[in-house]
Design a protein around this ligand. Structure first.
Ligand code: SAH
Ligand code: SF4
Ligand code: F3S
Length: 437
């Protein structure tokens, strides 16, 4: 029996992939999953490559694992996922400590790779990307909770020039509508209250005559499914019909994560985002007109190649104008293989990138606080996720629009839907009082 510990880095897609990996390994027997590295024979790191600091985290982790590996207490270390895939050319010689390298489409071969690495003490690598693998025949072994992740597609064909994902996850491919609905139904039957659909660009989901709006409508109809979320759509193709479907069903949450990346047309063009600032703004207006009360969140990158102070100002202005409920703001990090790394100079000095990130974050904190304050006095049905870390009678829940709400209760449980009134607002949470019924 091999005792396996899996650690997950990166995005929700990786969290879901870890559940698939657990499902695949469990099916092949002779594996037990443990919760800590100290008691494991095998440590698998499911890694991310999106920014350089994602790589740094993994290298640091490998350093920590080295002593146990050298003493023979750890039989194998595996690097899985996006970083494995993106490093494939510079490995394996660089990392003799690592026994397994497996890219995101190679997980079905993990049982035999593990056998080779542990049984025969040989290195096992698989960097093949597939145009077809969707793992829709694999049952994920989910971590208990209120939310079940479901990847509806894999890969990405957008080739934003800054982004490594098309190289680490390969071509875009969608699962069948039926396989997603079946997986959602099984999750509901196992007690999950919320489904979050995952894809690098969910609104380019296509399968046998169905699109993403059809899939959402099918899930809107699914009995017992309290909440459906999705991440992320790309602003370039956001059909009105999808907004109408979202409006029609109560269980389709009124929250859209709509990555802006930049508010400057020339930067957007160099990024190959294929929309302009005006197109983005008119999409926001259409979303708000169709779905009143919707919350909007976004991603932005500071210091992309050639970003001038005037370009940055435009991002600042768009963020101010839209008034996002929350935003993730990143420093541009050049990635190998990408068009930007080949074509453009990473010419914004580190100090300026940092300063721009800080300015946008400061703006966003003010905007989030102002938007959250508008919630004071309103009532929400919130889904309880977990006990709050600070106070034993406090619970952390989320409203339909994704905002976190903390409230006190003696008898709440994860998975409950509770009615609360919002009393206090901070920049990243709300505080409420439980209402009867
Ligand atoms: N597919 C998703 C994005 C996944 S990556 C989408 O298009 O919405 C999540 C975020 O990481 C991106 O939205 C972008 O803001 C950021 N990101 C991607 N590559 C980056 C890079 N090279 N440097 C800094 N941030 C990056
Ligand atoms: Fe990367 Fe762009 Fe694809 Fe998102 S849509 S994963 S940012 S290439
Ligand atoms: Fe996700 Fe990181 Fe890969 S963000 S898709 S795990 S590069």
């Amino acid at each position: 029996m091999k005792k396996v510990f899996i650690e997950t880095y990166g995005c929700q897609m990786n969290v879901y992939d870890t559940e698939l990996i657990r499902g695949i390994l469990a099916q092949h027997g002779d594996v037990a999953f443990v919760d800590d590295e100290a008691s494991a024979d095998v440590v698998l790191l499911n890694t991310c490559a999106i920014r350089e600091n994602a790589h740094v985290k993994v290298y640091n982790r490998l350093e920590q694992l080295k002593p146990r590996k050298r003493k023979g207490k750890l039989k194998a270390i595996g690097i899985l996922g996006c970083m494995a895939q993106s490093l494939r050319k510079s490995l394996p010689d660089d990392e003799p400590m690592v026994d397994i390298f497996a890219g995101p489409d190679a997980y079905k071969r993990l049982p035999s790779m593990l056998e080779l690495a542990v049984g025969e003490d040989a290195q096992a690598t698989d960097f093949s990307l597939s145009e077809y693998e969707t793992y829709s025949d694999v049952a994920p072994s989910r971590i208990p909770g209120v939310n079940a992740w479901i990847a509806i597609m894999r890969g990405c064909d957008n080739f934003c020039t800054f982004c490594v994902v098309p190289y680490t996850r390969g071509r875009e491919r969608s699962r069948t509508l039926q396989s997603v609905v079946d997986e959602a139904r099984e999750a509901v039957q196992s007690g999950y209250k919320q489904i979050t659909l995952l894809g690098q660009n969910v609104n380019s989901y296509r399968t046998e005559g169905h699109d993403f709006a059809d899939l959402m409508a099918a899930l809107g109809e699914l009995r017992g499914l309290e909440r459906v979320r999705f991440t992320s759509p790309h602003p370039k193709d956001f059909p009105l019909r999808l907004l109408e479907v979202m409006g029609r069903y109560e269980n389709l949450c009124k929250h859209i994560h709509l990555p802006l990346q930049s508010g400057s047309d020339s930067v957007l063009e160099r990024m190959n985002r294929t929309y302009t600032r005006e197109e983005y703004l008119s999409l926001v207006a259409q979303i708000r007109a169709t779905l009143p009360g919707v919350s909007l969140t976004t991603d932005a990158i500071c210091g992309f190649c050639g970003e001038s102070e005037a370009d940055f100002d435009e991002t600042y202005q768009v963020m101010q104008q839209v008034g996002f409920d929350a935003a993730f703001i990143f420093k541009y990090s050049e990635r190998n293989q990408t068009v930007a790394s080949r074509k453009y100079a990473d010419d914004v000095p580190e100090g300026i990138k940092t300063e721009r990130v800080m300015r946008l974050n400061a703006l966003q904190r003010r905007v989030s606080l102002a938007r959250n304050r508008l919630e004071i006095g309103t009532e929400h049905r919130v889904l309880v996720e977990r006990a709050s870390k600070k106070n034993e009678h406090d619970w952390f829940a989320r409203a339909d629009h994704f905002k976190g709400v903390v409230f006190s209760s003696h008898d709440a449980q994860p998975g409950d839907i509770v009615r609360v009134r919002i009393d206090e607002a901070y920049s990243n949470t709300l505080r409420g009082t439980e209402l009867p019924g």
